[in-house]
Every structure is written in structure tokens, then in C-alpha cells.
Design a protein around this ligand. Sequence first.
Ligand code: B3K
Ligand code: ZN
Length: 876
Amino acid sequence: MTEHSTVTQPAAKYRSDYRSPDYTITDIDLTFDLHDTKTTVVAISHVVRLSEQENAELVLDGDDLTLISVTVDGQAWQDYHQQSGHLTLTNLPADFELAITTEINPEANTLLEGLYKSGGGFCTQCEAEGFRRITFYLDRPDVLARFTTKIIADKTAFPYMLSNGNRIAEGELDNGRHWVQWQDPFPKPSYLFALVAGDFDVLRDTFTTMSGRDVALEIFVDKGNLDRADYAMASLKNSMKWDEERFGLEYDLDIYMIVAVDFFNMGAMENKGLNVFNSKFVLANPNTATDTDYQGIEAVIGHEYFHNWTGNRVTCRDWFQLSLKEGLTVFRDQEFSSDLGSRPVNRIANVRIVRGPQFAEDRGPMSHPIRPEKVIQMNNFYTLTVYEKGSEVIRMLHTLLGEANFQAGMKLYFDRHDGTAATCDDFVQAMEDASGVDLSRFRRWYSQAGTPVVSVSTEYDALAKSYAVTIKQQTPATAEQVEKQPLHIPFDIELYNSKGEVIALQINGEAVHNVLDVKEAEQTFVFDNVTEQPVISMLREFSAPVILEYDYTDDELIFLMVNASNEFARWDAGQMLLAKYIRQNVAQVQQGQSVTLPDAVIDAFRGALLDENLDPAFIAEMLTLPSENEIAGWYTTVDVDAINHVVGAFTQLLASEMEDEFSAIYHSLTQECYSLDHAAMAKRALRNKCLSYLAYTAQGNALVAAQYKAADNMTDTMAAMSAANNAQLDCRAEQMADFSDKWSHDGLVMDKWFMLQGTNPAADALENVRNTMNHPTFSLKNPNRTRSLVAGFSANNPVHFHAKDGSGYAFLTEILTILNTSNPQVAARLIEPLLKLRQYDASRQQLMRKQLEKLAAMDNLAKDLFEKVQKALDQK
Ligand code: B3K
Ligand code: ZN
């Protein structure tokens, strides 16, 4: 850690302080002479003054750099000074060539930001502000330059040397080194720069675009991993085709490269023409990857590809606008997965994330609008709010405008902003102008933080044959924003008669759309010609990221589970029914009473399990209880033990009451041969869901042990291991030992095993986690390993993380103290569960506070942690 990345009182930046730059850089020519510990970077930029002030200073960003020389128009330049992350040049001409030579140490770069070593190779990560760790530069997204990059390295160790754009020249040097030069014709901000050098196996293919151009596709993986790259390649081709068909968007370079690396702080990075990926989102074959892994690969490959238009061709003016590219690109990747696979199952998975961790973020000290107002460390704002809620905001626009108007808005957005750095307002304006839909109140979604609560009451008037629906909205105060205003909420409803038929909606005799425009704090809609008391389905498709409150009877929910016209609404009714009884039983358990569930509720789930008209993957979702973390979010003060007890008891109750059905379906879904199509995945999903319940019955151990032994794919292997882990079956120990023997050489596969250790429900879970840190495959230097084991425990094992003696909190703090120096970005992710102290009882709060104060007292606390620790400690 250097003085540049740790500061005691880091400064905040505010969205309202945006100023256009005084200078811009139109072209940059980079030369990298790569060496592990001393890489020389020569950056020759064409700088143009934009400011009218002739004496404007040029303030370049730079972190952790050794400055060797500065010249202006070929002359050594003396008028500069270097200070806390900046190189400031003065007395400059209006238009000049700036040459800067710096030295960096990639091997010592454990932050994995800037240029670093991953395994034997070099790679870069520049978003958000990593380019300043490579050279002094205007490291802000509204400075767009054409990049030319020359790379020099040892020929044997680094046969492949890659950068953005097209390869324009290459050659040999006499000292065993070689060079290559790349040119990217598209002006781009520095965060999209990438460089990779190493020795790889390469999977090659081509894609012919809609206008008939051939694009070379290349996926670079570690040697020996070629048999794990096919699915990524297929996903890439599917993405390219889908973006042409659904959005009319064609790829623009002649080559698209993806490099898989083992050391990476997040999922992947959309660098122009040269994506760098966490190997987790590239490498898969049936022996190493589960169906969930495959789905993740498809989504992330799609996501990064879609950024080429939403992010790269049109980028962000400043980092406060991050959701402009991320919310929109998440929306696009969700649509991609939904168009290729099951729309309801994808929607359910996405909604679980919003209702679980995103709503939790809204309640916590880091709560912020999708377009934040104040930032200390930008990397801290790559959040579920910016990404997932950001995508929900785009989805609401799509719901309000419809596909045709939405696509017209996209087209107008590209017509206006292609090749530039834009704002969220620019995007909404294009949508408004193209559709004619008034979005004035809708814009508040960009500036207001928190989760709105929508409470509904209904009244049926048999005499007037009218049905009144009163909708109230209110957003509770959040950490840094107390005042809230009503939002424009698209509220999708349907009414059913007792036969389960849809009642056409009309108001004053006129047909109305099923998406109601809710804009006021309170609004009543009176539907007429309703000839019997209807059952209402609301917030269909989760049409807005809000909490719905309505007093449904059990009968109504059971009715909707069977009769709602779309699968999402049927699932949601099931979830509401479960929620009702989970809440009731948590209260019972707190009173020392036992857990009960009415037969009618069990029968409703039995009905879903046995419904042959339903997609098996959807049935598996119906039978999935909300997570303990999601349930925790329903309470002001969370009782982790009672919640855990109720979830466990419900699982056992459903298992024993429905054992015969689970068993019959489990055996009927045995697959003769493994395949990766959606139908086969769906069957595995339901079969393994049955196993997860059967694990709690008398036949559990035998069944789970047999599945582990017979499994010919990682999905079935992991399903058996998770079942054994969750139900603490006798076969667990043997399976864990066998798996570790078999896969210790492969960190990516072992992550699944580390995750099981982290989430182990056993009483001695923490001791096991500590022992597991000594496993030869484990390393705190690797973000994937760290997340699997440590976050497996701290984020996904609430009962043990929140142990009453505070041991879980103390453990996390030990890890954070180490990562604070080596990789603060990963530390800042891991600290999340500790920030939510306000949601726990007084004694736990005190223990959590003690750990946060310990961190706050560190004299080298990284600004990544500083920002979060301070917010948590400040929260009222
Ligand atoms: N844009 C990157 C995320 C960069 C995170 C920087 N800390 C990946 C993505 O969202 O596609
Ligand atoms: Zn993204």
C-alpha cells in the first residue's frame, strides 16, 4: 500500500461539482516495456486546451507511479509539480504533444487495479480509476482519446501480447524480446483501456454480422483449459446475434477477444475489443461447472458484450452516471437470458436479488440513489442499487413505453450520443422524446434512495358492481436522505373472477391498461362492471422495485398460486403465503411455541409440485423458501436464531409431509445422459430440489450418498454435497474429503467446496472455516477463494456469523485487517454484513460496533473501508 491509496481523511466528490475538463486528449500513443518488477510506460498524448483560460493548469491523475521524465513538444518540461495523486503542469501551449515516462511494479500490485500479474501473465483493470496507476493521465470518463499501444516483452514467456482494437504491426528484437502494436480506431475513455501479455491456449471462431462483416472471435485461457471455453464462445455468438435481432446493434471492430484470468476483483470487464474476465465466468465443462455456473457465464459474456454499445460507444460523462451504462446493460443481459431461456425463472432469480440484498442495501448505511450524489471511493458504488435497481428502473421505462417505443428511444439515444460521454438525464430525455410519454415524475427514481412501500386496500361494491383499489406510496427515510417524494410507479394488476378468468379492466366504461400509472402519494382507481368480488393480482412481474403491502387471505393466495395468468404471479403468491407463515412462526418461536403450518398451505405447495403443465425449473422455484437474509429484511430487529429455526422447521415439515411426492418425482426425473439444453437443466433443477428436501427424511443419507457416487456432472455432485452439508448428513465428511482429494489442483472448482465450508451449519462452523484457511488451495491473495470461504461464512451463514459471543465479527475483522493492505476493494465488499449493525439487538450491535471502531482506529485504513466504516458508525 502506498501513501496514494491510503489517506487518513479521504475527500468526497459530489455530483453537483461536475465541471467539464480544461484540457482534453485526442490521441495517446503508449509503449509498455514489460518486466515483472519494473515496467516502463511511455505515454505520448496530443493535448488540446478546452478552457478559455490561457493559463489553465493541466492536472493529471497518477497513483503509485515513479515519474522518469516529462516533455512538452519534445522539450524537457520543468513547469510541473507532483502532489498527492496528481501531476500538475503549468505554462502550457493551447495544443501540444505531451510525453511522460513512468515506471511501475506489476508484481507488487496486489490491489489488482492498474497493471498487475495474474498467474504468469500480465493484465490490466482500469475501471473506475485504475489507468492512473499506469501513467499520469486525465483519468476521467469524459476524456475520449484514440489509443495506440505498443507492447514489448520476452518472447518465450509472453507469446501473446494483446490490447484494444486491431493489431497493426509486430516485430522481433535481438534480446529474446518481441513487440506488437495495436490501434483502436474508436475514441474511448481510459477506463476502457486493456493490455494482456502471457502464454495461453486460444479458442478461435468467427461471427458474420448482419451487414456481412466477418469478426474474428478469440478466447484466451490458461494452458490446458481449452476444453472449458466452448460455452463461453457459444454464449458470445448468441449475444452478438441477439443484440442484432432485438436491439438492431452490430459489432464494430474486426476482432473480439476475451481473456480469462484467475486473479480478478469482480466478474469481468468490458474493455473495448478485449474483455478481461474472471475465469469463473469463462471456464466450464460438465465435470467442473454446475448449471448455475453455465447460466452465469451466459449472462456475464452477454453483459460485457452488450456494453460495447451501452457503455463503450456511449459512455458516462462522470462516475455518478454509472447506472447509465450498468443499469441499462443489466437490463439487456436479463432480457438476453430471458429470451434464450425461461423468462419466468430468470425474472424470479432477478427479483430475489432485488428483494433480498438490494432492499437490504437501501436500509443500510450505504443507501444511495441509482445515481449517487457523493462518493469517496468510486469502486464502492458498483452496487446492487446501481446495477440491479438501475436495471429495474430501465425495466419500468420499458413497461411504461412498451417495446416499440423503448426501441425508438434507444435509437434516438444512439443517434444523439454515439461517440460521446452522456448522462442519465440524456437517456431519459431520449426515451421521453421518442415516446411522447411524460417522464417528469419518473426522473425521481434517479435521485431518490430507498425502497418505496406501496400499501393497497380494496373495496368491492356489489350493488354498484364496482371495485375500488386505493394505492398509497411512501418511502421511508434512508441513511443520507430523509425527505421523500412520491414516485411514478408502473403498477401492473389483473382481476380474476371465481372461475379464474381475467376480468377486463374498465373505468367509467372505458377499457384501461393493466399497468396503472401511480404518481401520487395516494390514488384510488374504481373499476366498473365487476360482477362479483374479484381476486386481485398486483405488482405483476414485479413491475416496480417496491414493497407491496396488502392483506391477502390464505384462500386468495392459494387461488392465485393456481389461477394467476402468468407464472411469476403464481410464484409470488406462493412467496407471500410463505412469508405470512414465516412471520407468524417467528413470533411463535419467540414465545417459546412450536412451528406449525396449516394443511391447506402444504397442499398448495404439493399442488404446484405435482402440476405437470408447469416447467420443472419453475416448480423448483415455487418450492424454494425465501433465504434467511431476505427474511431478515422484513424486521426492524432481526432474530437470526428464530428465523433459522423457522426456515429449518418449514423445510423438515414440507419434507416429511410431501416425502412420497418428492421421492416419486426425484426418481422419475433421473436422466440417462447429460445434456446442457434448458429442458435438461430444468429437470435437474427440480430433481435436485426434491433431493434437498429428501435429505431431511429417513432415506436422506442413502439417497444423497448414492447421488454423489453416481453423478456424472458437477450439478448433481454439488446438489448432493449441498444437501449433505445443509442437512448435516453422515455422508458429508466422506464427500468433502473425496472432493478435496480430487480437485485440490483446481481453485475454481474448489471454490464450491470452500463455499460449503463457509455455509456449514455445524456448531463449530467458524473453527472449520479457520482450519480451512490452511487448505493448500486456499489463499487470501485470490479474490475468488476469499469470497467463497470468507463471504460464504460472513454473508451466508447468519447464525454463526452473528454468534452471540461476537466471534464471527472478530474473525471478519481479522480478515479485513489483512485485506485492507493487500486488496482493499475486496475488503470493502466483505465488510458489508458488519455495516448493518442497526438491524440487530443491542448486545450484537455493541459487538459489531466494537469491531468497526477497531477498524476506524487503524492508521492506514484504505479509503474503500474508510467510507463504509464511517457511514456505519455515523448511522443514527
Ligand atoms: N464495468 C465492470 C465493473 C468494473 C468495476 C470496477 N470496480 C464490469 C461490468 O459491470 O460489466
Ligand atoms: Zn457492466
